[in-house]
Design a binder for this molecule. Sequence first.
Ligand SMILES: [Fe+2]
Length: 343
Amino acid sequence: MCMRHMFRQKAMLVLAIMAILGVEVVLTTQPAAAAEVVVVYTARHYGQEPLFEAFTKQTGIEMQSFDGSPSELFERLKAEGDKTPADVLISVDAGNLWNAAQAGLLAKIDSSALQVNIPAHLRDPENRWFGLSVRARTIMYNTGKVKPEELSTYEALGDPKWKNRLCLRSSNHIYNQSLLATMIKRFGEAKVEAIVRSLVANNPTLIDSDTRILESIAAGECDVGITNSYYLGRLLAKDPNFPVAPFWANQQTTGTHVNISGAGVTAHAKHRANAIKLIEFLSRPEAQQLLVNSNFEYPANPQTPVHPLLAKWGPFKQDDINVAAAGELQAAAIKLADRAGYK
Ligand SMILES: [Fe+2]
């Protein structure tokens, strides 16, 4: 008797015993089709629920998502290796996505939809991650104390006229590391170090929260600062008279510094096709609006209308240097800040 017959006989015997014991056995000739699914690790915490529901409704693909901070998700993906259940990583700050790609946690994807929907400076040149929302980090000023004509560039905040009037985030936060990294890419280390020294010489108040910087500007504790624009969007949504406005930095020169939140397909995705479908879905204008509006961010896809509150601030020129610079030069930015005495 061949092995297959023996196995089949044994299986029949087991089934017969189960039937005697009253266990209900349903025999099917085909295994049931597995439900379509995509598993997401996400470090974004705003406006995703309606978005994921819309994706499932449109595609029939079930979403499973797990939250964590960028570093938690990075460590988790690294520890899980090829056993990871994650198909998609969504993270904030290009520096974090760049680190994940460098560590081999993200796979290249070839998608013409993403090439069209996401501008080149907001995605990995090697197609391992794609920006989905844009975060502009710009100059903020007290509307009662500063005239926009007095402002121009990030560099010009080093002018002595701003002495004791500046609020800045400390240099250990990734937002400012990314800003400095981009400036290094643009201007070179020597020039950026001189700029940072001039900012430090103006005796800035260092505050560890973008929201608190804006509140300090509103309270008159400082006149100008640098923050991500969505924090101002949130405050203005609560109080339309909040006395702070954005000034679009470097419009005559390099453009305002932007960063992203974005996504990539994991290197060991078990549902790679679904993962690509999800990221493509997130890059389309309908999904982009759901993604960015709840947090007052800018859409990465320029075909998407911006939130009415942001429309009031007018259009601005983005620095179109690739946001990958935030990762590439992060270590250099940290060292430079240290040398220049920027705590
Ligand atoms: Fe933020």
